[in-house]
Write a protein that binds this ligand. Structure first.
Ligand code: CA
Length: 664
């Protein structure tokens, strides 16, 4: 071979080896989990072998640097990516930020997810046969509907230069992933790009210039990979159709229209299936859930508050338990596999993000700062002053992980494999709903002999309970007070929260007698102008002052909340009475809210109230109401709000009319 031919031969070899992966990584055999004694898993039919069971596991390296260890189901220390593969995960998603470091090299946090982090994760994933979903945020830190900042290096570039920079950057990253022998199955152009990306907010710039440049680079380096776009808030009607239309109009070359779907925020699964199916059919695209998660506990484990807690203002269709987490995941898989046109899979978000320590906030904070293992470090303040700069800290999703705080896999992680075969253990109660009861002073305390159980298949049924009568005997019913009684139902602990109260002369005082969305609660009258968007009894424990229901109001338009909620009390003997009622809410704008007592149609007593923020209940106490035993007496609350932000909203609960001290 002469020199010239040798040169050509070597060039061809180099090109070939680059395109096919310079080093083919050796794959290890995986033993899949086959059963669980603890979790019920409904089999989902029609699951293709290549149905994507993804796991975003971007923070792992920073967590390991912070001292976190992961274990397998036998309790032995193990590579977390191997444990994921054993559990049925077949794709690992990893986010890439261009430059998540300040000028002194300190990481912004959230895993300090730069390209080298992705390469390290990709290599480990590939070893266990897991493909990679490369998630370019095209920012130096978190990109979501709230922020889509330009990388520092691309600031002040015009759109043409920025597009070229994005093309070269994408290409460089992908070449390096390819050279490392990583099996890239999908590349995502931007993250939750609801109307903005890389500092741009004009669709032509986002799609025609930026996304298209990214797509071109993907096709050149990983022609076999799928190209995905990713949006969120599927519950907002028609927004997804608009995004899909824009992508089509600017002729983006992509394969997968992906959505985030967090069950507690993002509307119903039927809605998700409907809007994704419409896009899949109309534009001939594949669709998937790119991010999802669900809590297995309401408890925090890293001294840094979580996004979802017991008092969060969210939809809770499943209990916060291992089984609740499993059922949430199964329903999403079933929806994408069987109810959605061209559904190719789901990806769980950061199921490996756990606490870096059990000792103290200070100790964890030191690790978050040093290794970037919290959601943001203080060093992110320069780049993201309004959010990370103010609220930096630890992990807000450790209660939604699929590993416990010591790194052991939860039984719920097995769902990704067991959903293919089913794991139908005996039907049993998973959680018991708390009871809330109220008794008049000096009355006999008799508790129901059944409680509501949420079963492991997510069905509801009443089951027998045995209360601790020793606890009930100790109750002092001679004066107002609150107590909690424990019981046992199907081996689970049941709780009954008891309030001992003065006799309340109001009917249905806590709105517990009505069904969800009853417009006029029984016993009450409503007087309103008909313009409020929502005005009804709502069933939601977390938003109720007591019990499970309250009276709810909301209106998006300004100046549209005005109503009174009142009750005519009859019969009532002559005496002296106290009236109270509670309210919480927000975004009220200018408000005029007061509790009142009318005697013979005339307001004789009133007390003003305000609404401030979520869960800040205000109570009006009108005392010593003199009543002659003959006149008409009406008690109620008047609410008028001009609205601010996304509109005034509020909750009213726990009205009472009791005999006052003077009247005893
Ligand atoms: Ca936390």
């Amino acid at each position: 071979m002469n020199k010239r031919y040798l040169l050509i031969f070597l060039t061809v070899c180099l090109l070939f080896s680059c395109l096919s992966g310079c080093r083919m990584l050796k794959k290890e055999k995986i033993d899949l989990v086959v059963s669980s004694e603890d979790i019920y898993v409904k089999k989902v039919d029609n699951l293709a072998e290549d149905f994507i069971m993804g796991m975003d596991a971007s923070c792992v390296i920073s967590l390991e640097n912070s001292g976190v260890k992961y274990y397998d189901y036998q309790g032995k220390e193990a590579d977390v990516y191997k444990v994921l593969a054993q559990s049925g995960i077949n794709y690992i998603r990893v986010r890439i930020w261009n430059d998540p470091f300040d000028e002194n090299g300190n990481g912004y946090g959230g895993g300090n997810c730069d390209l080298s982090n992705a390469i390290e994760i990709g290599k480990r994933a590939s070893k266990y046969g897991l493909k990679l979903i490369v998630n370019f945020h095209y920012s130096d830190f978190w990109a979501d509907p709230g922020k889509q900042q330009t990388p520092k290096a691309w600031e002040n570039m015009n759109i043409e230069d920025k597009s070229q920079a994005l093309y070269l950057y994408t290409k460089d990253c992908l070449i390096r992933l390819r050279q490392a022998g990583i099996d890239v199955g999908m590349v995502q152009l931007g993250n939750e790009t609801n109307g903005a990306m890389t500092g741009e907010s004009i669709w032509k710039n986002i799609i025609y210039h930026l996304m298209s440049s990214g797509a071109k680079a993907v096709r050149e380096i990983f022609p076999e990979a799928l190209i995905a776009v990713h949006f969120t808030n599927p519950e907002n009607s028609s927004s997804y159709q608009d995004y899909a239309k824009k992508l089509d109009y600017y002729d983006l070359d992509y394969d997968v229209f992906a959505s985030s779907y967090y069950p507690f925020w993002h509307g119903s699964l039927d809605n998700l299936a409907a809007i994704l199916s419409e896009i899949a059919t109309k534009y001939n695209k594949q669709v998937m859930v790119m991010e999802t998660s669900y809590p297995y506990t309401a408890e925090d484990s890293d001294f840094s508050g979580n996004t979802i807690t017991e008092s969060s203002y969210v939809t809770k269709n499943y209990p916060y338990s291992l089984q609740g987490q499993v059922n949430a995941i199964v329903d999403i898989i079933d929806t994408i596999a069987n109810k959605t046109v061209n559904g190719i899979g789901i990806c769980y978000w950061e199921g490996t993000w756990i606490s870096v320590g059990q000792q103290s906030y200070q100790q964890n904070s030191f690790l978050w700062e040093k290794y970037g293992s919290g959601w943001a470090s203080s060093y992110a303040a320069d780049y993201d002053p309004d959010d990370a700069g103010r609220y930096y800290g630890g992990c807000a999703v450790d209660n939604q992980a699929l590993f416990d705080s010591s790194g052991k896999p939860l039984e719920s992680l097995k769902v990704f494999q067991l959903v293919r075969t089913g794991n139908e253990i005996a039907l049993a109660a998973d959680t018991i709903e708390d009871l809330h009861l109220s008794f008049d002073l000096n009355s006999a305390i008799i508790l129901p002999d059944k409680v509501n159980a949420i079963m492991n298949d997510n069905s509801r049924r009443e089951i027998d309970v045995i209360w601790q009568y020793e606890q009930i005997k100790l109750l002092d019913t001679s004066k107002p007070g609150k107590y909690t009684i424990c019981g046992v139902a199907d081996d689970l602990t049941a709780f009954c929260h008891i309030s001992i109260v003065k006799k309340n002369y109001l009917l249905n005082p806590s709105f517990e007698e009505d069904r969800h969305k009853t417009a006029v609660p029984s016993g009450w009258q409503i007087d309103h102008n008909g313009r409020a968007d929502q005005l009804y009894v709502e069933e939601k424990v977390s938003d109720s002052l007591s019990g499970t229901k309250h009276f709810h109001f909301w209106s998006k338009a300004p100046d549209s909340i005005e109503f009174s909620l009142q009750q005519t009390v009859t019969p009532l003997r002559k005496g002296c009475y106290d009236f109270s009622i509670s309210i919480m809410g927000g975004d009220g704008g200018n408000t005029n809210i007061y509790a009142y007592v009318k005697i013979d149609g005339e307001v004789k007593y009133r007390e003003s109230l305000t609404i401030t923020v979520y869960n800040s209940w205000q109570t009006a106490n009108i005392i010593n109401i003199e009543y002659d035993g003959v006149s008409t007496i009406e008690v109620g609350i008047y609410v008028k709000c001009s609205g601010a932000g996304s509109g005034a909203w509020g909750k009213i609960d726990d009205a009472s009319l009791t005999i006052s001290e003077q009247g005893d």
